[in-house]
Ligand binder design. Structure first.
Ligand code: XMP
Length: 312
């Protein structure tokens, strides 16, 4: 695939499909949706609305950071605070598929509100090939390929366009670079649509999301400091607890965090990265120091398969 030919062809297809109507892209901050935003903007300019839904399970400062990045390419990103809707919908849910379903339903409900306001008739979505392959295999109910999971886009009065659906991650990155996306986006680790929820076992609460956000920063920073370039690196929060001793010498039955660092080409298969022990220890020391409720940090060593990359 030649990235420039791909961009030309997909821009043309988007232009033809959308005509004189408006379209919307929900930006997650990942490379897939960012490429969609750039392609959409190239195709229809300001008739494209880019929206960031702050679901409460996104990375630290994600919305404002993205707004700044996209302002540089003249895209005015709108941030919608929908945290309450998401935490309400996820309240009491512990089953992974129920959580995913609640997330997906809330995502489309809140997106529908954004769509209504924008008058968009089309939504450009960053579905990529592994999303489709894995959904077909029944590995997981990804919220991306709408029709495959039995959601009728007609019900939402929206036509879904998926310009990168035939690409794997390396291809999307190549297109991102050719589109002039900054490196911090084009080379960014994948981040799932359902965000930190995919790394939160059990009920998802604002407090648990905060723990995951803080732990994620530590993992990302230390992996970067160690000049490692894994496919993904992140923190997972368990429901179980383990005893530790806090600074005052009191016993604390605290949270357990798992660190997941994985090498993979395209997310279909992967192996745990050989992260040097001193780096892992640094991660552990920082996490327990920066997040007092955490008493233990584990390193995950399972490959994919049999494990998936995310935890739910
Ligand atoms: P799994 O956990 O299935 O993940 O091995 C494979 C890749 O997909 C990402 N992922 C998702 N991406 N929506 C997304 O947009 C999702 O629901 C979702 N679930 C997993 C995951 O981060 C990994 O790169």
């Amino acid at each position: 695939m030649d990235a420039n030919t791909f961009i030309e062809e997909e821009t043309k297809k988007l232009k033809e499909a959308i005509g004189e109507e408006k379209a919307i892209v929900a930006l997650s901050g990942g490379v897939d949706s960012s490429v969609c935003a750039m392609l959409g903007y190239k195709a229809i300019g300001n008739r494209l609305e880019c929206v960031f839904l702050d679901t409460g399970v996104m990375r630290e400062n994600e919305g404002p950071d993205l707004k700044e990045i996209f302002a540089k390419v003249e895209i005015d990103l709108k941030i919608r605070d929908v945290r309450k809707e998401f935490f309400d919908a996820l309240k009491g849910l512990t089953d992974p598929e129920e959580k995913r379903k609640a997330f997906r339903d809330t995502f489309f409900k809140t997106l529908r509100d954004a769509v209504k306001e924008s008058n968009a008739k089309f939504m450009i979505q960053g579905t990529i090939k592994p999303d489709i392959l894995e959904t077909n295999k029944g590995v997981k109910t990804h919220h991306n390929p709408l029709e495959q999971v039995g959601l009728d886009p007609g019900k939402y009065k929206l036509t879904i366009l998926e310009p990168v659906a035939e690409l794997f991650k390396p291809g999307v990155r190549e297109v991102g670079r050719a589109l002039g996306l900054p490196e911090e986006i084009s080379e960014r680790m994948p981040f799932p649509g359902p965000g930190l929820m995919a790394r939160c076992i059990g009920e998802v609460t604002p407090e648990k999301a905060d723990i995951l956000r803080k732990a994620h920063i530590v993992v990302e920073e230390e992996i970067k400091n160690a000049r490692l370039k894994p496919f993904q690196a992140f923190a997972v929060l368990f429901e179980d607890r383990g005893t530790g001793i806090d600074k005052e010498g009191n016993r604390n039955f605290g949270n357990i965090i798992a660190v997941r660092v994985i090498d993979s080409k395209d997310a279909m298969e992967g192996t745990a990265t050989d992260v040097p022990m001193p780096v892992l220890k640094k991660i552990s020391e920082r996490i327990v120091a920066e997040i007092p409720s955490v008493t233990r940090v584990l390193y995950e060593i399972t490959g994919k398969p049999p494990a998936t990359i995310e935890y739910i």
